[in-house]
Design a protein around this ligand. Structure first.
Ligand SMILES: [Zn+2]
Length: 325
């Protein structure tokens, strides 16, 4: 727009009625938020170390701007890409509302409430939720030190959302884990050290052999593995020569006075289950996303910002999505 026209446009703002003014204000805010999100995505520290998502080359040129995102052209393979190519956020629209949606994730709003809050369709809200959370499953602690409290939680297999169920639907679920038939059990293992670093993993078959695959490099050499007196843990610690503190609480003694206790991991599990009540059951195929969602909030002591969620969601690593072993 030419300078003269801009001056005329600015002068005309004073003559706008209330409805027109609020429409204009809304449009400017929307444009600002798109620009801000694009700025965040183009300039985060991960983006500055980027390489071509097709051939991993670090040799590329700038190649114009499209949809407010800087585009690049790889000198090796000749393909073009932007900061979102190859990430879970690729090809998602309405960037201006992503930060509001990240705020809805922090508040743990339901799909429909988040959709209403951000002015998007409920299907979009569902897609965004799982795209935003897709990467969090990769951000797990690499090492637990000192005392590791270990315990498992049993969920019933859930086909929530599946419209082609091959079995009779359950009406009320199960009141306790012991009521769940063995074939329908999904095990989640939680390991939490006293520094509040938490590792979790899902297992369809809970055995010493299966947990060994994930835990082999997780524990520091001098770790004290605290758990209940269960065959899986006994076998795992014995085979891997790990110090095992077996939970045994004499009567009338305060639990936390002993070094060997699992109160922290039990508290984490309790809070997780409380938090998950709002979703009224989650599909087993998405369970890892909900575990990661809660773990991420716990990692930041429930003070995570929408900007952090957005930047974490666009990590370009690729990983195996098969969570069941
Ligand atoms: Zn390339």
């Amino acid at each position: 727009m030419q300078t003269q026209n801009i001056v005329k446009f600015i002068e005309s703002i004073n003559n706008l009625d209330t409805k027109s003014y609020s429409l204009l204000k809304e449009a400017i805010e929307k444009r600002d938020s798109i620009k801000f999100v694009s700025y965040l995505l183009n300039n985060d520290e991960i983006g500055s170390n980027k390489c071509c998502p097709y051939c991993d080359s670090r040799s590329y040129n700038r190649w114009g701007i499209r949809s407010d995102l800087q585009r690049y052209k790889c000198k090796e393979c000749g393909k073009t890409f932007n900061t979102l190519t190859g990430t879970p956020l690729a090809h998602l629209h309405k960037k201006g509302r992503w930060l509001s949606y990240a705020q809805c994730l922090i508040e743990g709003l339901s799909i429909r409430k988040a959709a209403a809050e951000c002015g998007v369709h409920k299907n979009t809200s569902f897609r965004w939720r799982h795209r935003f959370l897709q990467n969090t499953n990769k951000i797990k602690p690499q090492k637990l030190t000192g005392v590791a409290e270990v315990n498992e939680l049993i969920f019933a297999w859930s086909d929530k959302g599946n419209k082609r169920l091959k079995r009779k639907s359950r009406k009320r679920g199960y009141k306790s884990a012991t009521q769940i038939p063995f074939k329908s059990r999904v095990f989640t293992l939680f390991c939490r050290d006293r520094g509040k670093n938490t590792f979790d993993e899902i297992y369809y078959k809970f055995s010493a052999y299966n947990i060994k695959k994930d835990l082999s490099s997780l524990f520091a050499k001098d770790i004290l593995f605290c758990s209940q007196n269960k065959a899986v843990y006994m076998k795992y610690t014995k085979e891997n020569c790990i110090r095992h503190g077996i939970l045994s609480i004499p009567k009338n003694e305060k639990i936390r006075k002993n070094v060997v206790h699992i109160q922290n991991v039990l508290e984490y599990q309790f809070n997780l289950q409380e938090w998950m009540l709002r979703f009224r059951g989650v599909a087993t195929k998405y369970l890892h996303n909900y575990l990661s969602w809660y773990r991420e909030m716990d990692e930041f002591d429930h003070k995570i910002t929408p900007e952090t969620i957005l930047i974490r969601a666009k990590r370009p690593e690729r990983y195996n999505t098969n969570h069941f072993r």
